[in-house]
Design a protein. Structure first.
Lengths: 237, 355
């Protein structure tokens, strides 16, 4: 765990789960942002100071997910996120500021560039869905390393609010690391779009003991279903 | 139009064009201007003009300002050069600081600064010096935003020369490296006109220079022989696994690629990228753009990424896969799982790459 005590947007301390090596870092955690803070309003991008002994002073471009406080659907989007001068930098988007305090979820890898040499192939591991009546992969890739995992999946079968209600739902997996505990945003766009919509419908899910659990908010329509997906890195242990 | 005095009139003085006449006793001596008479190239002339302009500027500063430079020279006036310890005078310190400041794009400094931060040597891992590449790798990045990597070079025309640091001319001043790489190839060609030749000797002078102070003190001065392998590790040139706009055909029937910056990193294999696309046809699950050949680090690999729609529904998140083929097909394929609304999108981030 690392703690980021200072930032430029008037937020409190942030604790992130971390994996660090000189060429690769993985960060997991959630940052709360209050758009009414004067410091936030003055900032052009969000900056959080990393600990002085953080191994990577600069990274290539990575991602974070903004989860707004918009009613029911918590619309949000993917943000640019990177490390620069020992500072974690996040793109500032004001599209959902009127909905109040929002969250930024970081479940991403950070790498350096400038490598010259050979590469080896990325080893993948197979997973099986145990409750195939509710979930079916369209495609997925799962990488399991000693210290972290990467998991991207799109679905042909995924719970749909209109037909299956709020849940909670559990994606039961065989083969996924049981020591991963992480909260991730799920992109659950549905098949229709709300008038004037900005961003994607999001809900939060938690991987715990090898399974993913999530639910939909009350009062939603057309949320989830096929083409829902997620994409994340998570530190193990 | 100038009226030139005739030599038939032997009692005159003054200048016309490049000719100056002066009276010495009862004789009139005519002379032509000798300024920069030994210049060989336009860059040399530019450098000398820059130098003489700065010298003239010293005569225009106030006495108080001059005293400031005198005081500064007293404190920082002794420094070590390749020729031993050197004492520098106030005018020389003024000229040196402002000449280097000018080369780093800074304006003339009339008031002496409070301190003179000396330049320092450059630490780097290797250097490719061949007819196609002049490239420093793993250059230690400076943490000081005022520091620039200052480089001078000169080809050596006589094979017997092994030390002539005062013959180098300014090549490039850059504030950042490209992930440790500093590519001097283009700057060298622009400056000297012809590429290096195998076997030729080259002098390189470089330092991390505080551009505010312009105080060149400690530098790397090295003479290298141009050869087919790198200077320190003896490695054949090997490019980074990158794809940029220069390597693709950005406009096809179905899509226009407005930005493409893609690179592989080890462990096992990651991509970090930033790509901007404008679709010309809404109803496509996938489309291709051709590339004109990539390094052998690419064969056939794909990454699964987040994309952000920038038209229709702003900020809508979509899943996109990017497949780079560099064997039978020379193309980059963008694929989606839905037909949904996207005229323009950007995809970026760091992801695993799969074969």
């Amino acid at each position: 765990m690392i703690t980021l005590n200072t930032n430029n947007f008037g937020g409190g301390s942030v604790t992130l789960k971390d994996y660090q090596s000189s060429g690769l870092c993985i960060l997991n955690g959630k940052i709360t942002v209050d758009p009414t803070q004067p410091a936030y309003m003055a900032a052009t991008r969000l900056e959080l100071d990393l600990p002085a002994d953080f191994v990577m002073g600069r990274s290539a471009m990575s991602t974070a997910i903004l989860v707004s406080n918009a009613s029911i659907y918590r619309f949000g989007t993917v943000l640019h996120c990177w490390i620069e001068n020992n500072t974690l930098c996040i793109e500032k988007l004001t599209a959902w500021d009127t909905h109040g305090t929002y969250e930024i979820h970081i479940n991403a890898a950070f790498v350096t560039r400038g490598y010259r040499g050979t590469f080896s192939q990325t080893p993948t591991k197979s997973l099986s869905i145990l409750n195939t009546a509710t979930f079916l992969f369209s495609q997925y890739r799962y990488v399991e390393k000693d210290d972290f995992v990467f998991f991207v999946a799109t679905f042909t079968k995924f719970p749909d609010y209109n037909t299956q209600g709020q849940g909670p739902f559990t994606l039961e997996l065989s083969g996924f690391a049981s020591d991963v505990l992480v909260e991730i945003p799920l992109i659950v766009n549905g098949s229709e779009y709300v008038s004037g919509q900005k961003g994607s419908m999001l809900t939060l899910g938690t991987f715990d003991n090898g399974n993913l659990t999530f639910s939909y908010p009350a009062g939603a329509t057309d949320m989830g279903g096929e083409d829902s997906f997620f994409n994340f890195f998570a530190v193990r242990g | 139009m100038k009226l030139l005095p005739s030599i038939a009139f032997n009692d005159f003085s003054g200048s016309a064009g490049n000719v100056t006449a002066r009276k010495t006793g009862d004789k009139t001596v005519l002379s032509t201007r000798t300024k920069h008479s030994r210049k060989k190239t336009p860059p040399q002339a530019t450098t000398r003009c820059r130098f003489s302009d700065t010298i003239r500027a010293y005569s225009r500063i106030t006495e108080d300002q001059r005293q400031g430079w005198v005081l500064l020279a007293r404190v920082f006036g002794i420094y070590y050069s390749p020729y031993g310890y050197t004492v520098i005078s106030a005018p020389n310190l003024f000229v040196m600081a402002n000449t280097y400041r000018k080369m780093c794009g800074r304006p003339l400094l009339a008031d002496a600064p409070f301190e003179m931060i000396r330049s320092r040597q450059v630490v780097y891992d290797d250097l490719w010096l061949d007819p196609e590449h002049i490239l420093l790798t793993k250059v230690e990045q400076s943490a000081d935003p005022d520091e620039v990597l200052y480089v001078e070079m000169s080809p050596v025309f006589s094979p017997g020369v092994s030390e002539c640091s005062n013959k180098t001319v300014f090549l490039k001043a850059c504030s950042t490296t490209d992930w440790g790489d500093v590519d001097l190839t283009e700057a060298y060609l622009k400056r000297f006109g012809t590429p290096l030749k195998l076997g030729q000797k080259v002098i390189i002078k470089m330092c991390w220079l505080n551009a505010e102070c312009g105080f060149v003190s400690r530098c790397n001065y090295d003479v290298y022989k141009v050869r087919g392998t790198s200077q320190y590790h003896g490695a054949v040139y090997y490019p980074r696994a990158q794809v940029t706009m220069e390597q693709i055909t950005p406009l096809t029937e179905h899509v226009e690629c407005e930005g493409f910056d893609y690179e592989l990193s080890p462990g096992s294999k990651f991509t970090s990228n930033s790509i901007t696309l404008r679709y010309l046809n809404l109803h496509l699950l996938s489309c291709d753009i051709p590339h004109n050949g990539l390094t052998e680090a690419f064969y056939d690999e794909q990454s699964f990424q987040y994309a952000r729609v920038t038209s229709s529904i702003d900020y809508l998140i979509q899943s996109i896969w990017i497949r780079i083929q560099n064997s039978t097909y020379k193309r980059i394929r963008f694929g989606h799982t839905t037909f949904s609304l996207r005229m323009q999108l950007e995809t970026f981030g760091t992801y695993y790459v799969f074969n």
